[in-house]
Design a binder for this molecule. Sequence first.
Ligand code: ADP
Length: 572
Amino acid sequence: MTDIISSMPHRIFKIAVVAIVYYFAARLGLLMELGNTNASPVWPPSGIAFSTLVLFGIDLWPGIMLGAFIVNVVVFHLNSTMSLPVIVLSSAGICIGNTLEAVFGYYLIKKFNCDHILGQTRDFALFFVVALVICLVSSIIGPLMLCLTKIIHWYEYFPVWFTWWTGDVSGIVIVAPALFAWWRPKRKKWNLQTIIVVVLLFVVLGIYLQAVFGNWLPLWPNKTKIFLIFFIITLCVFSMSQRQLSIVSIVVSSFSIISTIHLTGPFIGASMNDSLLSLQVFLCVISITMMFLSTTLNERREKEDELKEANLTLELKVTERTLTLQKQQEELKAANRQLVEKTRELEYVNKESRSFAHAVSHDLREPLRTIASYLQLIEERYKNKLDSDANIFIDFAVDGAKRMNVLIDDMLTYSRIEHSQSPFSDVDLNDVLEIVKNNLHTSIQESNARIIVDSSLPVIIADHSQMVQLLQNIIDNGLKYKNAETPEIHIKVAKLEDFWQFSITDNGIGIAKDYYERIFVIFQRLHTREQYEGTGIGLAICKRIIEKHGGKIWVESIEGKGSTFYFTIKDS
Ligand code: ADP
């Protein structure tokens, strides 16, 4: 509410300005009156009223009404002997018509969403149609008021209506685009070349208009001379801005109106009506053609600019992306280099530690053998000569030495695989299995185990002793980690693409899913020594062997039911 009150003076000021501008535009329009017909070929106030509402808002309609009312009262008062009530009544009717015309125009423009009258061809075409339609409002109401107040006779209604309508249409199509052009933001900056071209075109236009309306070159009839204007305005359209074109339009209109008022020029016809009509058609055609062409051209230029800008943005984005990609590539290369270096370092450390493990386990063997032999000697000589505690201690010591021996053996096997240089050769896995069964003969017999092979095993290219080690470790585990049932070990083989896939299934205690990876790591055991004997190296050895043969090893299991160890070996 306070906002409305505080903006009131501002609005009243604007309304007053509109009323004043309308008043003077109407007086100017009356100056263009042809003879004493009271009809102007162009009625600028209709263009001003329409543009004001479209550009500055519908709120300003009272300004139009006020301006139209005052100008009608003043003109009627000056030009006739009518009584004041008649003057007021007819002026009120006419001013309502003038205001409705502009308001209707505003609503149609908004309804059809054609605010870009000089920016889009569609909007300009619609603007022209709107102008033709809305001018019917004022031209129907105005003469009606004149008839009702008996200022004109009813039989004069249609001629007056037609003149009124054509005058208003000309007013809108000539004045409104000019105002819109000055209200649109400037597109291009001036440069010397455009200034020269524009000045030259204005000079040519001036000379041409003088030739037509000042009747230069009298031998060349004016009626045909006038057609040349299309050539000149086409040049203007391609070289001038819309603001400059609006000046061209005003210059051409002024020349043609003034000369027609003075009864010269190409538009003088048999009657005043003829002259008026050809002048109006000429002015409308010139203004519409110029502005329509210029709008189409502008639209295309704007689209081109948008396209160029989009292209530029795209190029920028591509460059940006390329740069980012290059940077990422560099970073990747650097990371790769680091990775290679780290791998090399790791390989070196690995090799060193394996050599160290090999050396240590190898060197430990000798003193361990000494310890074991002397322990055995002590056991033999002093077993029953010492007290019972000493016997237990000796047993522990012998057991410890034995376990250490197994551990060192396993470690040596592990490091031997690493250092093995022996070339691969044809290995018949059926023979390998026979050796394994032989090696595990005792455990197989003791547990009554069954080892089932689905089909004959293949001959592969491999390291023979490592294959024995691999099968033995897995089958041995199958026998060792058994549950109440009699152990049963199932060996299967399948040929997949370019490798063999083996599976060894037992019906033992099984392995929890969480430990599927862990059991292949050296020294990782899932049970204590009291539960199951072992060193935790067996599967780590299997993994190394398989890796050396370019394959993979993994396990799948159901706890309490058994496990299946899978491994692949290349068939080459
Ligand atoms: P270990 O010398 O302890 O047998 P392995 O490396 O051969 O060492 O096995 C690692 C661990 O994996 C074992 O301690 C055992 O817990 C588990 N394991 C290996 N094979 C089997 C199997 N067939 N069934 C159940 N558990 C197994």
